[in-house]
Write a new protein. Structure first.
Length: 217
């Protein structure tokens, strides 16, 4: 059993890459959201703690997240791909301690790097279908609708979300990097850390990741 990790900022496309990679390789995709929801629905001790925190509008703390993730890892026997975990240096260090204690190897850490300007362009050019039942997402550069301002799928009007401005993006990224940079530095010292150029089309990124797994970490 091995544990692989996808790293990267919001909007880098790691969720999409994770989904495609697990289809291609026999990996178990563990995203933090899914693991949390699963633990809450099973009513485990840590799950109940997470549920209480979320119900009171609080973030689930690192120790609770770790507890849920470690419990889940003990249920798995196949290779795992994490997407969205670890999120902090503390989570990463705790995971490493856990893996060493369990004799589980850390496989690839794939860090999808996209220049800020490009991430910003993706955010600023994003348009979302205002029909909630549809929710299709467009990009004026890379995936424009056929008719300006109209959703291809349902004919709903497209809106520019208030969070999708340059200013909102910059402040989110400054916050994100405070936590991300120490996490990234921790993994850059690992033998199977790989920086992946995330500014390329998703297809090319996918091919690179698949190729990486053919080399076997
Ligand atoms: Zn629509």
């Amino acid at each position: 059993m091995k544990v692989h990790i996808l790293l990267g900022p919001p909007g880098c496309g790691k969720g999409t890459q994770a989904k495609r990679l697990v289809e291609k390789r026999s990996l178990i995709h563990l995203s933090t959201g899914d693991i949390l929801r699963d633990a809450v629905s099973k009513g485990t001790e840590v799950g109940l703690r997470a549920k209480a925190l979320m119900a009171s509008g609080k973030l689930v703390d690192d120790s609770t997240v770790n507890g849920i993730v470690f419990a889940r890892l003990q249920d798995e026997t196949g290779d795992v791909l994490f997407d969205g975990y670890p999120r902090t240096l503390f989570q990463a260090e705790s995971l490493q301690t856990f893996l060493s204690a369990q004799g589980i190897a850390l496989g690839y850490v794939m860090d999808i790097e996209v220049p800020w300007q490009e991430l910003e362009a993706r955010v600023v050019n994003r348009r979302v279908c205002s029909n909630n039942a549809c929710g299709a997402i467009y990009n004026l550069n890379s995936k424009p609708p056929k008719v300006e301002g109209i959703c291809d799928l349902c004919g709903g009007s497209l809106k520019h979300r208030a969070d999708d401005t340059s200013e909102a993006f910059q402040s989110r990224m400054v916050e994100f990097n405070k936590t991300f940079q120490p996490l990234q530095a921790f993994y850059q010292g690992m033998p199977h850390y790989r920086s992946v150029d995330g500014s390329r089309p998703p297809e090319q990124i996918h091919d690179q990741l698949v190729q990486l797994f053919q080399e076997q970490a």
